[in-house]
Design a protein around this ligand. Sequence first.
Ligand SMILES: Cc1ncc(COP(=O)(O)O)c(C=O)c1O
Length: 378
Amino acid sequence: MSAMRYVRMPIEVESPEEAGYATIAANLAESSMPDVTLGSGGLGLDVGLDTIVLGYGDHRGEPALRRMIAAEAATTPDAVLLTPGAAGALFIVQTALLGAGDHLVVVRPNYATNIETPRAIGCDVTHLDLSFDDAWRLDPDAVAAAITERTRVVSITTPHNPTGTVVEAGVVDAVSRTCAERGCVLLVDETYRDLAYGDPGPPAAALGPHVVSVSSLSKAYGLPGIRVGWIVCTDPALVELFLAAKEQTVICGSVLDEAVAADVYRRRHDLRRANVAAARAGLEVVRTWIAGVDALEWVEPAGGAVCFPRLADDAGVDAARFHQVLREDMRTWVGPGHWFEQPLRYFRVGFGWPPVAELQRGLANVEAAIAEAGRGRA
Ligand SMILES: Cc1ncc(COP(=O)(O)O)c(C=O)c1O
């Protein structure tokens, strides 16, 4: 069979936007910062929307935006290709580099597309299963051991979705060296890079021409609706390949979206400072709350706006019932484990998107649903 085997992913089928935001009482299922409007005070956009020429844009993407992204990785704008979100970037990279018979090593859990698109392609996949009990750490030796003669891509995500853990720079370095030695591409999904709590360092693409960084404006800047993401790679042949894939699917990006994106990205340092502070304030709310809930345990995140707690083994809570009560009776959304191919005892909590009052209400509902689902069990 040669056609792509597309299957809709639970994280998309069950997403808040598909359910309808108005049907949700407390939304802790988002992984981004609050969505902004063009008129948001914090943004103060100055893009001259009425004078933008609505012709085809630069196929690689708006040059000023590419220059700024390139500067972050100390490279040139030819190393940057704008894409329809990070999702578009991941699709381009995966379909350009992987075919039936090729092998991919990818961490799990993960943003679902990083796992599902390779499955749709039909390539061979080794999942590197991260474990709660090991604080979701990525072991560079495990990556090296998983690589075979046919491995074309190693795919990692940092800051990580759904756990919020960050792969240390030394580990990314070690994995990058292994990939260079073994002749495979290292794909680093850095969609949450601008929400790292400390200095995120340069994009991983700065490590060498075999490294492909993917990111976007969606999460850190609350702009998922303009669909602007990018690929950074210093290998011109790979960029040319990705450009061919882009031209055959969308030719160029939306000039309106890219104009807005460039204006926002110009002010990224101020916006980033404010949004990281807001994410950390949300995290503090979760930290205080979770300390008082015996039935839960977590690995504290080090970046981003999500965490991935779990119901403790000995808490005696029926996980399926917990999710049912939470969603159906309390209209409270979290990201259940099955969105990430994990057991239902795990769930993702987004603490950057809801206003604090909604976050607190949602967390109280989580606690009430745990109590309800634990009733009558040993
Ligand atoms: C790790 C990761 N990568 C990529 C994406 C896709 O983001 P977008 O296409 O909105 O940029 C997401 C969205 O949840 C994500 O969590």
